[in-house]
Design a protein around this ligand. Structure first.
Ligand code: MG
Ligand code: ZN
Length: 370
């Protein structure tokens, strides 16, 4: 946004926020930002304290997240609980509907609700997902599947055959190959035109159109177990493939899936390792937006995990003495608001206190994907 246009844009934004669906500029003409690519990044369980702890561990060197041009807050409660799980939280972010904890892509009446990924497909765009958990785990599942429980991971895997997703990367081989119905979904995907790869090298050297990368039986290794730069590298590769597959636009979801696990274990080192890794992927997405006008990047969390706070005290793990304690208040999730970081085309629309369900709705309005 140029400085000279700032006031006008601020007025347009205010008018836009008051109207239901369309934004009007100064002359009353329709004025919607040109958003053709959406990169939606979810740090599972990544609350503000997780980001702050990571910044402290990084000796206050700015994270990539600090490049964000606009920052907001998201209210994460679900339809039946003040504290959401990742299934209801993911469904809210994917579909714009609050539902019950455990639900994947269905509303409180267990009816399927279309996700923004599916709407992008319906509008002829390329789509993709990159995660560090199984691709059948709750968060990615909510973008592609419609089942009443997150535990139905074999059924969730079948949804990869029911959509036209261009690229998906993560773990979860067993839900495709080692199934109670003895189907081998990798063979079925190959007959649909997908290449299925099982190593990061094969993922990175892939040059065709449709790719499924299943790099672990279930979840991928943690950073501490040697996952390396998979997430930022896979994010970059997915962006390259999606841009190639659809110059007219794409939707990509990227999840830092294991920040949540660090919170559940009250393991500050894991929280920081996983958040730093996710932050590198955020940097790759912001770089892409710099080089590809019309790209919106939104980074948020489905909920906070661990009730992390940073009181004064001796550090409770082997970091340089920073004078803070990494204090967790629960082994579960919490109901605190989580941050939203936005970058690129249309980023200004996320500088608000939003319901989690507003996030995909604003994306839909900016892209016109219905
Ligand atoms: Mg998740
Ligand atoms: Zn969790």
């Amino acid at each position: 946004m140029k400085n000279s246009n700032y006031l006008l844009s601020a007025v347009a934004l205010a008018v836009c926020m008051l109207s239901a669906g369309t934004c009007y500029g100064q002359g009353g003409e329709e004025k919607t930002p040109e958003v053709k690519n959406v990169i939606f990044m979810i740090g599972d369980g990544m609350g503000l304290a997780h980001v702050a702890a990571t910044t402290i561990a990084n000796n206050y060197e700015p994270l990539q997240l600090e490049r964000a041009q606009f920052v907001g807050l998201s209210k994460t409660y679900s339809a039946n609980n003040r504290v959401t799980d990742s299934a209801a939280g993911g469904t809210a972010l994917a579909t714009g509907v609050k539902t019950y904890n455990g639900a994947v892509g269905v509303d409180t009446a267990k009816q399927a609700v279309r996700s923004i990924l599916e709407k992008a497909e319906d509008n002829g765009k390329a789509t993709g997902m990159v995660v560090t958990c199984s691709v059948t785990n709750a968060t990615p599942a909510t973008f592609i599947a419609h089942v009443e429980s997150r535990k139905m991971e074999e059924e969730i895997a079948e949804y990869y055959l029911k959509t036209d997703i261009d690229v998906f990367m993560g773990g979860g081989v067993k839900f495709f190959k080692d199934r109670s119905d003895n189907r081998d979904l990798t063979k079925e995907l190959e007959s649909k035109g997908y290449t299925i790869v099982y190593t990061l090298d094969d993922l990175l050297s892939f040059k065709d159109d449709r790719l499924g990368a299943l790099l672990a039986e279930n979840a991928m290794p943690k950073m501490s177990e040697g996952r390396g730069d998979y997430l930022p590298l896979a994010t970059g590769k997915a962006l390259e493939l999606l841009k190639h597959n659809s110059p007219k636009g794409f939707f990509l979801m990227v999840e830092g899936s294991m920040i949540d696990g660090g919170g559940h274990k009250n393991d500050a080192v894991m929280v920081i390792d996983e958040t730093l890794d996710f932050d590198k992927a955020v940097g790759a997405a912001f770089d892409f937006a710099d080089n590809n006008p019309g790209t919106l990047v939104v980074v948020t969390a489905d909920h906070e995990t661990g009730g992390l706070s940073l009181p004064s005290g001796k550090p409770d793990f082997s970091l340089p003495d920073q004078g803070v304690k990494f204090a967790f208040s629960t082994g579960g999730h919490t109901g605190i608001f989580v941050p939203i970081y936005a970058y690129g085309a249309g980023a200004e629309y996320f500088s608000r206190i939003l319901e989690n369900t507003d996030i995909p709705k604003i994306m839909e309005r900016l892209t016109g994907w219905k």
